[in-house]
Design a protein around this ligand. Sequence first.
Ligand code: 13P
Ligand code: SF4
Length: 302
Amino acid sequence: MTEAITDEIKRLKAERNAVILAHNYQRAEVQAIADFTGDSLELARKATQVDADVIVFCGVYFMAETAAILNPAKTVLIPDSSAGCPMADMITGEQLRALKAKHPGALAVCYVNSTAEVKAECDMCVTSGNAEKVMSSLPKGREVIFVPDRHLASHIAEKRGESYILWPGYCPTHQRLTSKAIADARAAHPGAPVLVHPECPKEVRDAADECLSTGGMCAYARSSDASDIIVGTEVGILHRLKTENPGKRFWPVDEMTICPNMKKTTLANLRDALRDMSPRVTVEAEIATRAKRAIDAMLAVS
Ligand code: 13P
Ligand code: SF4
């Protein structure tokens, strides 16, 4: 069955001149058939480089929207259009406009995990892979609004010795991780370094050895001498870590760290999307033009 669907996907992909991009949290079988797997920053960059008519984006909606904003001439498909990111939906364009009105003169920065409408209101976009570098490129002495993830924002603020105007957004998947779960994982795998994502709460970040984007975790695993590594993020990344590092062992801090939206993409709906050329992801031109400015500003400095 899986083999039949895989063959169909390959045939349709060639017929449509399509490329399949997948986030590191996707199901193992989806990552296996993708042309490129990466973190949000790598996928945004890849979306500007692909020479294909169609991009099938296996991830959550804001990621496909970013690909559509960067490629207005290409068809962008998402296998399940209900695959949203709850954190991205925690702030609307209207709410951000109201916050900006309270802080005239402040620069507005959004995590890439945000809607196109929110990006359109921002001066700069960041991902977890480039946030520190991008924030260092901003003019000094200005107030900064940072939405929607309060954890990423406070992580970067701490690292840079700055303070930002925060929004109380968070990722429900990373929010469930605790310092107790890290202590338990350390006790089970003594000496193993602990990597966590900056979307984790402060007590979890403080209990870890490294706080990295998913792409940063893959790079760390490749260059580390450790034979065992503990990973505090969505468990889909374990497939890539294990595939790329066959001699090493990877242990989740909590095996229930699952993003239900990332798991909505299956081989069957990926095949259906290519066959039906639907669901398509489009962004209204006026919003896309404004959102693209914030994304381009980020890509230019990272
Ligand atoms: P990365 O940019 O590290 O891949 O993170 C994206 C994300 O949604 C994490 O929850
Ligand atoms: Fe959004 Fe969290 Fe899922 Fe990432 S893991 S897509 S931030 S809900």
